[in-house]
Ligand binder design. Structure first.
Ligand SMILES: Cc1cc2nc3c(=O)[nH]c(=O)nc-3n(C[C@H](O)[C@H](O)[C@H](O)COP(=O)(O)OP(=O)(O)OC[C@H]3O[C@@H](n4cnc5c(N)ncnc54)[C@H](O)[C@@H]3O)c2cc1C
Length: 398
């Protein structure tokens, strides 16, 4: 295994380190204190756009790879291994702000893996070199539950050259401000996974309505939005991949799962980043308050750090397998199951070390403590990762 990364990804890591310290952590703190996501016209987003954020990794056919204007954003790596390291570094500074940044977001992977060349061009070209901050989004989760992805209830029925969608989606990141949302629906629940279809629903489509920003305990810097689809008429040309895509595969389910298998090691990396930030705060506090000589605290600090490092190595292995085009489902799930609890332990330890200074709620550590929990929930909870791995162990289908 080789976890070395390309020089351009090293460069991205350095950029992220600088911007994380100077821009991202202060912006995340500002949103947390306000208790609300930064508005779309916040100057922070314009500054980040000037630094190259907000761009797609899709390249127009025949694009000049060396041109500044077609470079991918500093948070988009050229390999899965580097993506884990960028995710770790970004979350070290502020995970909520990392998601709030403009760009195609979680909607990009399904468009890249399932979309036709025409759809990639239509939906991703605005993100090649955007003149203003714009967002894309991904909506799978429904009010009835997010874990049982195979049983989504949002219905899609064909009417002429449109699909008509009815249902509700919850907790979709940035969907209220997005140019388009990749929405998963079913043409027939009785078909299970084979009935899944993915649609790109553009902003302003009639029937895409009632956006409500949810309250969150942490990660307040970005919007998690619920919305309804009521007789929402989506052009047939917006079904990702076209009909042929689904007759060849088991519906859109595989496309969604590929999105998750690609994302899980990066989520694990983010958890490690938050944990590392918490331990850095704890160590600084111990040094500043005469606690560095306490053998028990030092021992707990070291143990917690070791668990984070082990979790990161597992995430890197899962990512390396993806880079080698080898199956990585078990490793991706294992890293996603392992890293958030390790990060939660790190944040809890830091809270304990700081005592009242943390409990008052005006120290970064208290924010990290609230932020870290979501990492155990998003893109498949810890329990679901364990269900996936246990089924695999006894040879049951995924
Ligand atoms: C901050 C945040 C951002 C999010 N962003 C997005 C987004 O951009 N797009 C999107 O589509 N969704 C998003 N989600 C939703 C997220 O994917 C779901 O919250 C997640 O899938 C869990 O679903 P649920 O919360 O409905 O819990 P449920 O599925 O209702 O599960 C409830 C509990 O039961 C457990 N459980 C469920 N089934 C089993 C089982 N078979 N065995 C053992 N335990 C089980 C779960 O682990 C969980 O603890 C986001 C959520 C959060 C918190």
């Amino acid at each position: 295994m080789d976890f070395s990364i390309a020089p351009e990804d090293q460069q991205r890591l350095q950029t992220l380190h600088r911007l994380g310290r100077e821009e991202m952590r202060p912006a995340g703190w500002r949103a947390d204190r306000a208790g609300a996501p930064l508005p779309v016209d916040d100057p922070f987003f314009v500054r980040m756009l000037a630094e190259g954020f907000g761009r797609t990794r899709w390249r127009p056919p025949g694009a000049d790879a060396s041109s500044e204007e077609t470079q991918a954003a500093p948070n988009k790596a050229s390999s899965a291994v580097a993506q884990v390291l960028l995710a770790e570094e970004g979350a070290y500074w502020d995970r909520g702000i990392g998601v709030a940044l403009p760009g195609p977001g979680l909607g990009e992977p399904p468009i890249l893996s399932m979309g036709t060349p025409e759809q990639k061009e239509r939906f991703l070209s605005p993100f090649v070199n955007p003149a203003r901050p714009i967002w894309g989004a991904f909506a799978m989760t429904e009010p009835s539950g997010g874990s049982d992805v195979a049983n989504i209830k949002t219905r899609a029925r064909r009417e002429g050259d449109h699909w008509v969608l009815d249902g509700a989606k919850s907790f979709s990141g940035n969907s209220g401000r997005a140019e388009w949302i990749v929405v998963f629906a079913t043409i027939d629940p009785a078909l299970g996974r084979a009935g899944h279809r993915a649609f790109v629903i553009e902003r302003g489509t009639p029937g895409l309505a009632d956006f409500r920003i949810e309250k969150k305990m942490g990660l307040k810097a970005y919007e998690s939005t619920s919305f309804f689809l009521a007789d929402c008429r989506v052009p047939a040309a917006n079904m990702l991949g076209g009909e042929a895509y689904y007759t060849q595969r088991s519906g859109g389910f595989k496309g969604a799962m590929n999105t998750f298998n690609a994302g899980r090691p990066a989520i694990a990396g983010m958890a490690v980043g938050i944990g590392r930030a918490a331990l850095d705060e704890a160590a600084a506090f111990m040094q500043a308050h005469g606690l560095a000589s306490d053998l028990r605290l030092r021992d707990r600090l070291e143990r917690s750090r070791r668990k984070l490092k082990a979790a990161l190595l597992l995430a890197l292995r899962a990512a390396w397998l993806a880079d080698q085009r080898q199956p990585n489902m078990v490793e991706a799930s294992a890293s996603k199951a392992l890293a958030p609890p390790a990060a939660f332990e790190a944040a809890s330890f830091a809270m304990e070390v700081m005592g009242l200074a943390a409990g008052r709620g005006d120290h970064l550590i208290e924010k990290l403590f609230r932020d870290v929990k979501a990492l155990d929930i998003v893109e498949g909870t810890g329990q679901i990762q364990r269900v996936v791995m246990a089924r695999h162990l006894v040879g049951l289908p995924n």
